[in-house]
Write a protein that binds this ligand. Structure first.
Ligand code: FAD
Length: 457
């Protein structure tokens, strides 16, 4: 009888999971595990998501006869020990496509091989193999549009069904002490998350179906933060509760005028991983070295005001409060808050990126880095530095009636549609809200441009 170990990571689903399908095909029985390696680390919003996602997966697994074991420990120790104790012939995983994690897999594969066990990695988190998509001169693309054109023909469409049954065996005696459950955050920071979100494969599929009903409106409405016009699939995709191939396939079958735009956004996700794989240092270093000379400001009070939604700029504050309450922020507003921090206030983009990684349920190293470097102007195919988002213009354009602002800023609820975008301009801000922006918009813009000019001297 052939035994295999299936190690769930960021592929917390049963359907269209090539690694799981391969494991089921290769063995008579499987041991299904998730290894929690962050039990002692600080609590991030995405961990609250993970906790519920694992619960949902355990239920789905049980429904088809299997059992999921959540263990705590260092996977580099736990996985080889489990393989040895169970006599597993292979360990199956989905590739993570993050350079550090991939390097670790390589180490783990060597350790397992010493005991005669094979690590089998399958694709499934991405549709693009970063190594296969290169320009005519065999260099990686730095610009999104040619990347998409080259990558898209290789994307796989036909998602596979979930296994009908899972034949599983249990944890060996000596390993039961590793079993763990993820603790909830204290105090209950995540309470607001669940007004909006339901983690898990079923919820992901339902969200996709609901979104597709309105796909035609996506191009016209996707920039309006008050309207639920985007898919909100990002945390589901991050944790692999749904595969990008399934989202792509469903959108293509649905068809209509929103399809190309949605497919392009899935393409940005692919591009984020592509950039991370070709330029791993971009998580910490400016992609464009011209930015290394920028004299960033260090201002803990301003950073804290930004984090807490107390800058005095309504669209920025609304976004930061949505982030804290829901663990998510609309893409248009992500761009605006990132621009206000890195350009008007002048704080290094990495400080903002770190706060996003802490507070987003969809916190994703590749896409967060791409987003921050894009806005800051220091990244691949980035917005030009001199194009500084004006948060008031953005607010008037994309939330003209102030619906989004009123939802997140109760202090401003009574202001009329004209005043609410910039209360300091006419009549002042109501009590309880900062009387003016912590950094004036015109001065902040001018200083940002000077900072870049000085860095280029
Ligand atoms: P939709 O508009 O429905 O798009 C569908 C899917 O395409 C998304 O779920 C996402 O997977 C992908 N996608 C859409 N826009 C982008 C984009 N600009 N870049 C990369 N992928 C995209 N996305 C994350 O998943 N995790 C992050 O940590 C993250 N950090 C960001 C930080 C900044 C500063 C910025 C500007 C953007 C960031 N994004 C991040 C990208 C984007 O904001 C979110 O993916 C998007 O808002 C998710 O909402 P949605 O699922 O409704 O998107």
């Amino acid at each position: 009888m052939s035994r295999g170990l299936f190690w769930f990571r960021r592929d917390l689903r049963l359907a269209d999971n090539p690694a799981l399908e391969r494991a089921c095909r290769s063995h008579d029985a499987l041991l299904l595990v998730y290894v929690d390696e962050a039990a002692d680390a600080g609590f991030d919003a995405s961990r609250a998501w993970l906790r519920r996602s694992l619960d949902a997966l355990a239920v789905d697994v049980a429904r088809i006869g299997g059992r999921l074991h959540v263990l705590a420990g260092d996977a580099e120790q736990v996985i080889p020990a489990l393989a040895a104790a169970t006599g597993a012939e292979a360990v199956h995983v989905s590739a993570l496509h993050e350079p550090d994690a991939d390097a670790r897999d390589a180490r783990l594969a060597r350790a397992l091989a010493r005991g005669g066990v094979v690590l089998r990695r399958s694709a499934g988190r991405l549709m693009t193999d970063p190594e296969m998509v290169l320009s005519k001169v065999s260099t990686p693309y730095r610009v999104f549009t040619p990347f998409l054109k080259a990558a898209r023909p290789g994307w796989r469409y036909r998602p596979r069904a979930a296994p009908r049954r899972l034949a599983c065996f249990g944890l060996p005696e000596g390993m039961q002490r590793l079993q763990a459950t993820l603790a909830a955050p204290a105090p209950d920071w995540d309470r607001g998350f669940w007004e909006t979100w339901t983690p898990g494969e079923r919820a992901a599929q339902q969200r996709l179906e609901r979104f597709l009903e309105h796909l035609d409106d996506y191009p016209g409405q996707r920039d309006r933060p008050a309207i639920d016009a985007t898919s909100r699939l990002s945390p589901h995709l991050h944790f692999g509760e749904i595969s990008p191939a399934r989202a792509l396939d469903a959108a293509l079958r649905r068809g209509g005028p929103g399809t190309d735009k949605f497919v392009a956004e899935l393409g940005w996700r692919e591009f984020g991983y592509y950039v991370l794989n070709h330029w791993p240092h971009s998580t910490t270093d400016n992609f464009n070295p011209r930015f290394d000379g920028i004299a960033w400001r260090r201002d803990e009070a301003a950073l804290e005001a930004w984090r807490r939604g107390r800058t005095g700029v309504p669209l920025v504050d609304a976004g930061m409060r949505q982030l804290w309450h829901e663990g998510w922020m609309h893409n248009r507003v992500r761009m605006v808050v990132a621009s206000y921090l890195s350009k008007h206030i002048g704080i290094h983009w990495a400080s903002g990126a770190a706060w996003f990684m802490h507070t987003l349920v969809d916190a994703d190293l590749a896409n967060n880095t791409l987003g921050w470097q894009w806005v800051a102007g220091s990244g691949v195919d980035a917005a030009p530095y001199h194009r500084v988002f004006n948060p008031v213009t953005q607010s008037r354009r994309f939330d003209p009636e102030g619906v989004y602002l009123r939802r997140w800023l109760p202090e401003l609820r009574r202001l009329d549609d004209d005043r609410i975008h910039a209360p300091w301009e006419k009549g002042g801000a109501p009590r309880g809200y900062p009387s003016r922006p912590i950094v004036d918009l015109a001065e902040g813009r001018a200083e940002a441009l000077q900072r870049l000019a000085r860095a280029s001297d």
